[in-house]
Write a protein that binds this ligand. Structure first.
Ligand SMILES: CC(C)(COP(=O)(O)OP(=O)(O)OC[C@H]1O[C@@H](n2cnc3c(N)ncnc32)[C@H](O)[C@@H]1OP(=O)(O)O)[C@@H](O)C(=O)NCCC(=O)NCCS
Length: 190
């Protein structure tokens, strides 16, 4: 999928200051659509980040740990122009050459299914994952709703998603793990 263009991290100042041009981000982090050559870094980042989930559920065969670089490269290059049903958009947060966070969304009818949200451990709790969630919502204007899931015992993740405006819709058991699905209507506040 071609790069839909880099986007600077949003200015965190209040809306009252919106008329003043935003200064360049000072943390050097830029959000952008992933490119084929990012596949290797994204797979490694997933492998690092999802170890905690694998430990929590006692399952090291979960999909984010077993995805290959070739599989992800295929997803990144098959996208075509922009969103269409079944297409996947992968977003990354870059600092220089390094991919420090990532997320992906797949358009399924009027629902954008969001997943594989990761932030490098050394850059956590700085709002990066929240920014990526907001960005993927912004870049999928045709979706009526956004849906994601996490393990029902992943309290930290559930707190993050709730703070970003997602609400529990259902639960399902997958591979012996109880999953919680959460959704957010398009345009709903975070
Ligand atoms: C979940 C994750 C992407 C959050 O990244 P982040 O950039 O630190 O997120 P933000 O700064 O926007 O938000 C911080 C919130 O993330 C949540 N969180 C989940 N796991 C966390 C972790 N291991 N460390 C820190 N925060 C975590 C918490 O709710 C935290 O809020 P708090 O400070 O009130 O506890 C990151 O912790 C991660 O990569 N975890 C491992 C992979 C994973 O579980 N992904 C989600 C799968 S459903």
């Amino acid at each position: 999928m071609p790069d839909a263009g880099s986007r600077s991290v949003p200015d965190p100042r209040p809306a009252a200051a919106a008329a003043i041009p935003a200064p360049p981000p000072d943390d050097g982090i830029v959000l952008a659509a992933a490119r084929g050559e990012d596949a290797d870094q994204i797979v490694k980042l997933q492998y690092l980040c999802y170890q905690s989930e694998a430990e929590l559920y006692g399952d090291h065969s979960i999909a984010p740990l077993t995805e290959s670089v070739a599989e992800l490269r295929g997803i990144l290059t098959e996208g075509g122009d922009g969103w269409r049903d079944g297409a996947t958009l992968v977003l990354v947060a870059r600092r220089g050459w390094e991919v420090v966070a990532a997320v992906r969304g797949r358009l399924d009818g009027d629902t954008c299914r969001v997943g594989r949200l990761v932030t490098h451990p050394r850059l956590r709790r700085r709002g990066l994952a929240s920014r990526l969630l907001a960005e993927i919502e912004l870049r999928c204007p045709t979706a009526a709703r956004f849906e994601l899931f996490t393990g029902a015992r992943s309290a930290d993740n559930i707190r993050l998603y709730t703070r970003c405006g997602y609400r529990e819709t259902r639960r399902a058991v997958d591979g012996g793990i109880e999953m919680m699905f959460l959704a957010k209507p398009a345009g709903a506040p975070a």
